[in-house]
Design a protein around this ligand. Sequence first.
Ligand code: BGP
Length: 464
Amino acid sequence: MGKFPKDFLWGASTSAYQIEGAINQGGKVPSIMDKFDEQASYPKGITGFKIASDHYNHWKEDVALMAEMGFKSYRFSISWPRIIKNVQGDINEEGIKFYDDLIDELLKNKIEPVVTIFHFDTPDFIQEVGGACTNEFTNLFEHYSEVLFKKFGKKVKYWLTINELNMFALAGQVIGVVPSDKKVNPWQLMHHLNVAQAKSIRKFREICPNGKIGPAPNISSVYSNTNKPEDYTAKLNMDIVRNWVYLDIVCRGEYSSFFMNGLKKMGLEIETTKEELEILKNSKPDFIAFNYYATMTAQMPEKQKAENVKKDQQSGLTIPGFGEAVKNDKLQKTQFGWEIDPVGFRNTLREVYDRYNLPIMITENGIGAKDVLEKNAEIHDDYRIDYYQKHIQQMGLAIEDGVEMIGYMPWSAIDLVSTHEGISKRYGFVYVNRDEFDLKDMKRIKKDSFYWYKDVIKTNGEKI
Ligand code: BGP
């Protein structure tokens, strides 16, 4: 096809708390994710994050596998609780060393590090003083970002602020970033995160004038369920609260009047200060990164139903007063009930580019599946190959349409623990030999998709 730019960043993604394990090693302080599985709200029979893929002790081997696949980039997050020890902001040098070594190893292998500053793992000492529900959070985040920019800014060019800031507001309790026993105004929480992000970008401009920084929300086109005009209104509403509010604030520097009026109608107004609004005006990103799994289909709810629908980052995202997410009967689903919509990927890329005119980096996309390790130590994940084949094809079409793209880093480089569905919901190109509670030998085994993706990268997507 010859569509992908020469220097296109082919790679994959992970996040610290889902891959590293080693929660008590290297001077790391506790995070809200360490004990997420001990909470009553956590699904039963599913592992937590204490061991994960033990990447903390296997990182060299894992980077070697990425290099073997030919990765041009690797998107990972830095663990806030490995870097900062307390509310006073003291630094854990052992944590710094861990990421310094990782970054050096990547660079040695010609893999561009793409660093997420914060991916869900709030340190306990911050949660104890109110977490992201407070103003103070914005200062603590600014300080943490500053430490990272000073330590790694010379080696790392691409930075991402907060992973899926929108999911803190939309599915915070399901993914464990908001305590399940707390009642919070999700939009106030979102506002604090937006201010934190803006302060971090402001610091970045001072310290890393040559680097590039962007947000990393979870974005997807929204369909109207029927051609009923009211359903189209619901689609427009959901577009705002599912997607645009988080990108408008960072790219345009303000909340839209539709959003603010919607909050007023529902009695969920947010408090903002003049100083915050000023900071928000001046925090434009260099590019937009986003995670894409599937589209959303919306209708105007006739009345509130108490249906027992599965709710998480991709499903059941009904937002009272705005709209109701419903199933799309034109789309197939994964084993875990997430819809599969490659064409929706092309459309989403076009919408985002058309709205903001900034280069795009895909920082997640992928299929969670119950992979089977065969007796001969092979994993035949043809469904994953099929998923990627179709999504990459559509990304190519979006580029032909005119979307400017920097890179594609699907989820995930190697198997890791899902946000709330355990290790059996596997995403990696590399299998990690462990079960929910049986840790086996943690051996890394290449899946069929490993060889397939290696070839995609080698041929720069030409054969797709
Ligand atoms: C995104 C998160 C990731 C990740 C992925 C898959 O929302 O950014 O952390 O885990 O979704 O979701 P899950 O783990 O719930 O299957």
